[in-house]
Design a protein around this ligand. Sequence first.
Ligand code: ATP
Length: 327
Amino acid sequence: MNKIKNIGVLTSGGDSPGMNAAIRAVVRAGIYHEVEVTGFIRGYEGLINNDFVNMDRKSVANIIQRGGTILKTARSEAFNTVEGRKKAYDNLKANHVDALVVIGGDGTFRGASVFSKEYDFPIIGLPGTIDNDLEGTDFTIGYDSALNTVVDAVDKIRDTAESHDRLFVVEVMGRDSGLIALRSGIGVGAEAIMIPEANMDVDDILHKLDHSRQDKSSKIIVIAEGDEAGGAFAVAEVLQKKYPQYDTKVSVLGHIQRGGKPTCMDRVLASRFGVAAVEGLLNGERGAMVGQINREIVFTPFDHATKHIDAEKVSSTWLKLIDILSF
Ligand code: ATP
């Protein structure tokens, strides 16, 4: 007989659009399977401070379309300590919570892994990060929404760049991963992209621009924030000197990429993952992240659900697309 009667849910680390859709799915799946759901506030801090709300059907009404997370999110120093995790466990026991669903990135899963081993506690993770750089899933919750935010913004930048013969260097998020820059770069028709995985320097960009169409009145370079070339401003300075005929500008998109309505893709992904997490726990899954690979739901042990550079995801074929399309 299944002993899980109450599942705790929390969002942790950086937020991403679609986290609310994931919370809603966990709550509704819990209700469907006659399990109570307890929402902990501000990630692992909520476990330690015993800060929680009982989630009913209505508590997740009208949130599927909202960005951010109704449960709030945080990074927790205390959860890194043995004492902090002991408090968390005592609170979970006192509230009769038998299992957890944690929504976040690889740090959240590292914490979940340590805790689940320490207390033999059932936990399932949901990948909630805009970077899409986790092993064990083709897509993470928030990636598609962030891409669409970038594409919307750069389309607007392109309008003004065209009117003024401008060259724009647009910096997008992705400290360790260029996946946002790569896909959005293709989506906006960028002349070149710079991503950490490709080890490019400014000379590579100059070479690409020299070989792209010269009759264009605007040029867009999309650069990932983690790129080693010194950031958007340093790249822009070099480009301005080399191409004085263009007025070179920088636009750092920043935190708008984390906010806004989740796209339908992210809502569906989050909904599928939330239901799979609850049903997985009830079927004895634990210590793993839910993901989707080739459209199938898969569970990847926390220790393997880490950040990584996927040669498949950032292959030379993808990079060549930009060259072919901007030629
Ligand atoms: P993002 O990808 O957006 O940064 P994340 O989930 O990776 O999200 P982190 O800040 O790295 O965000 O991790 C979230 C929290 O997980 C940390 O604040 C900490 O409380 C917990 N955590 C991370 N690593 C460990 C660990 N080794 N032991 C215990 N807890 C940890």
